[in-house]
Ligand binder design. Structure first.
Ligand SMILES: [Zn+2]
Length: 172
């Protein structure tokens, strides 16, 4: 369980900086080797159509992004459609492919101060949050790709895995 202390707030801050440096819209703690149920999301710079309701209101994105989600619990909205769109991932540079996901979700989470929130959203925001929460559960976007989408990417994924292993080998 996450402890809401200065170290957690600092981790969230560093992750937001890392995400911005990489021009990403989301980052999960697992991607920087931390086993905490925490991810950060920022869609302010993205041109996309989506709707959201945070704690029953519709504040401008500028007021709550970048946002930190701790211990998120995700539920697709009942009866929502799925939709397919291309995704990328900061952990898989240059690899992109179509992933099918529910269109609308509700997510309960705590912010970096331990305050509980409920966010209902759809479109790219819902997709981004689902992608990040997958990371928290050890699921990658390539795992969710259709075989036909994934097959042409397999060589590139293998090459990347090899590179990553080589980079992690400690120097003598
Ligand atoms: Zn990712």
């Amino acid at each position: 369980m996450a402890v809401f202390d200065a170290a957690l707030a600092q981790l969230a801050k560093e992750m937001v900086a890392t995400m911005h440096e990489a021009h990403g819209i989301g980052l999960a703690a697992q991607q920087i080797g931390r086993a905490v149920q925490l991810c950060v999301v920022d869609l302010r710079e993205v041109e996309a159509d989506f709707v959201w309701e945070l704690d029953g209101a519709r504040p401008p994105l500028e007021l709550f992004m970048p946002m930190t989600l701790v211990n998120p619990e995700l539920k697709p909205v009942r009866g929502t459609e799925t939709f397919t769109a291309e995704e990328g991932c900061l952990s898989f540079p240059k690899i992109r492919g179509d992933v099918e996901r529910p269109e609308a979700i509700t997510v309960k989470f705590q912010d970096e101060h331990g305050v509980s929130h409920v966010l209902a959203c759809d479109g790219l925001l819902a997709r981004c949050i689902q992608h990040e929460i997958d990371h928290l559960n050890g699921v990658l976007f390539i795992d969710r790709m259709d075989k036909k989408v994934r097959a042409p990417l397999d060589d590139a994924i293998k090459a990347l895995a090899k590179e990553t292993r080589a980079a992690k080998t400690p120097s003598p």
